[in-house]
Design a protein around this ligand. Structure first.
Ligand SMILES: Cc1ncc(COP(=O)(O)O)c(C=O)c1O
Length: 336
């Protein structure tokens, strides 16, 4: 049983570490000691990521329902879908994934791991989130008609129950980084931001929207209500300037963020979530929203397999660092 009374099943290794990132800090315009990275990418299960935190609650609920099959949904390269499949393996459950789009000619990235974890994939075609939910309901009904006991795991794991996982992350941060002023995280389906805000308060958490959903503010507000921590939408700190042409579509800033994290700290970001979140952090510093000496945590929410399922993987020269004569990556940008 977790601290908050909800049932939880152990799937990850906690607390995840926080690491200093002095070279990246200086490149972004912060003092060297002001930036720390919360390594939720190092969770352990199924190649890691923030979704494991949510799944500890959601899978416990599936077990409570005595489910033998879990059904969830996402885009083709969904990290949540991959981790649901991994969690299902750990718990001896069957996993059905309803994924948007058409089956690709070759499997890459998260889809390779979905196969490895034995997930059954149903391709839903080019549908929006609401139609995807509809397809999940149809799939669940068909499985139940065949005698299965089905638990549906929400898109991105973002229900109030799933968001409790991010509450646990916020509590770890309170212990690990006393005096922290800003937490910066990617905003997809909203559960992670909601859980962090529920504990740390809206004024300390900056969500960088990656364009995964139509109305992220409404989603986060409604999740906070579901967590009994209501918050005015205007109080939320959400940047929507990093989405670029759309969800999953790279921007030059995101490529720069991937290069900086790799070249300065040896840390790999994913192109869809964490790269845009880091470029949002850079923008917030440049605009003075985050002061150079203010203690800041960047939450690395995982997503590494997505790098190998992205178009970037077939054009890796776009990522190549421009090393000087001594090598060693891009080097810190001039301060200021
Ligand atoms: C790697 C990664 N980071 C961040 C997020 C965003 O989390 P949330 O959906 O809770 O907003 C996701 C969601 O899919 C993710 O896969």
């Amino acid at each position: 049983m977790a601290q908050d009374g909800a049932a939880k099943v152990a799937l990850g290794s906690w607390p995840t570490p926080v690491e200093p990132a002095p070279r990246l800090a200086q490149a972004l315009g912060l003092d060297a000691g002001a930036l720390w990275i919360k390594r939720d990418d190092l969770v352990g299960l199924g190649a890691g990521g923030n979704k494991v935190r949510k799944l500890e609650y959601l899978m416990a609920d599936a077990l409570r329902q005595r489910a033998d099959v879990v059904v969830t949904s996402g885009r083709a390269q969904s990290n949540h879908a991959r981790l649901t499949a991994a969690a299902a393996c750990r718990l001896g459950l069957r996993c059905v994934l309803v994924l948007g789009g058409a089956p690709p000619r070759t499997l890459a990235g998260n889809l390779v791991l979905d196969q490895l974890f034995g997930a059954e994939i149903r391709w839903a075609g080019p549908v929006g989130d609401r139609q995807l939910d509809q397809r999940v309901a149809e799939e669940a009904a068909a499985l139940e008609a065949g005698g299965a006991r089905v638990a549906v795991i929400p898109l991105g794991g973002s229900s109030p129950l799933g968001a409790r996982g991010a509450i646990a992350c916020a509590r770890e941060l309170q212990d690990q980084v006393p005096g922290l002023r800003h937490v910066v995280v990617a905003l997809g389906t909203g559960g992670t931001l909601a859980g962090l805000v529920a504990v740390l308060g809206a004024e300390r958490v900056l969500g960088v929207d990656v364009g995964a959903t139509e109305d992220p503010v409404a989603r986060v507000t409604s999740l906070l209500e579901g967590l009994s921590r209501p918050c005015q939408p205007e109080a939320l700190r959400i940047r929507s300037d990093q989405v670029g042409p759309g969800y999953g579509v790279l921007t030059e800033q995101a490529i720069g963020a991937i290069r900086d994290a790799a070249g300065l700290e040896g840390i790999v970001l994913d192109p869809v979530y964490t790269a845009k979140a880091l470029s949002g952090l850079r923008a917030a510093i440049a605009e003075g929203e985050i002061g150079r000496d203010e203690l800041t945590v960047f939450v690395h929410t995982g997503g590494l397999p997505g790098l190998f399922g992205h178009e970037l993987a077939s054009d890796p020269m776009r990522l190549r660092l421009h090393t000087g004569p001594g090598g060693g990556g891009p080097g810190p940008a001039p301060a200021g």
